[in-house]
Design a protein around this ligand. Sequence first.
Ligand SMILES: C[S@@+](CC[C@H](N)C(=O)[O-])C[C@H]1O[C@@H](n2cnc3c(N)ncnc32)[C@H](O)[C@@H]1O
Length: 240
Amino acid sequence: MLLQERHPVVAPRRRPRPLRRVRYTRAMRVSLHEARLEAALQILLDGGVETVLDLGCGSGALLARLAAEPRFTTIVGVDVSGTALLAAEQRLGDAGWPSDGRVSLLHTSFLEEDPRLLGFDAAVLLEAIEHIEPDRLSILERVVFGFCRAGQVLVTTPNREYNDLYGQPEQQRRHPDHRFEWDRARFQDWAGGVAARNGYDVSFAGIGWKHPVRGCSTQLAHFRRCAGPGGRSPQPPPPR
Ligand SMILES: C[S@@+](CC[C@H](N)C(=O)[O-])C[C@H]1O[C@@H](n2cnc3c(N)ncnc32)[C@H](O)[C@@H]1O
């Protein structure tokens, strides 16, 4: 997948030399965020998805984009933070929500087996996994891939190899709330294991300008549930 070529958000003025440093400005952060949203939206549109769970939706940037596409019939934003959900509500309200009832917000955790998270075509975790402790990733795997079992799952997370280009010291993370940041090999190892254990295929892409050695700033895994008995999606319980 060539997302990085479609989104040259941190393109240098001239051909880079390996390990050249890039000053990480607020404008670059914003445009990388935009590129992630655009990449996720494109994958969901291309993948024939109609119902979407945005897990760790934050202030609702992706929800607002999804709501603008009539293709998406059910859009659910999930966050543990009430403050984030209020911001999402405000953003969606400014954009005309909830007039058609396609969008809703849930105050719950993607580490809990909540039946309201069942039966979706796709689940998205944009810049969310690095906000939980690494020893809770097995819970995330059980809930998102074992319990929710959306047809497709998108996960993005920072590529640690790229941090040097921002002039960051080796051990420093991009955000103080990040509990970990992985290089591409570590992310692909984790995602490959998750896919194999839970009946999914997975492919990888980069988002942002691609450094010849260090790759892209953001890495993305696109999981697709395999056909067959192991690949079935559980359905929500009927209303009482
Ligand atoms: C960096 S923000 C990303 C927001 C949004 N996905 C985006 O890309 O703009 C991470 C979000 O994940 C949420 N989060 C962290 N742990 C969570 C959990 N266990 N369940 C649901 N949301 C969680 C945080 O509250 C925060 O809003």
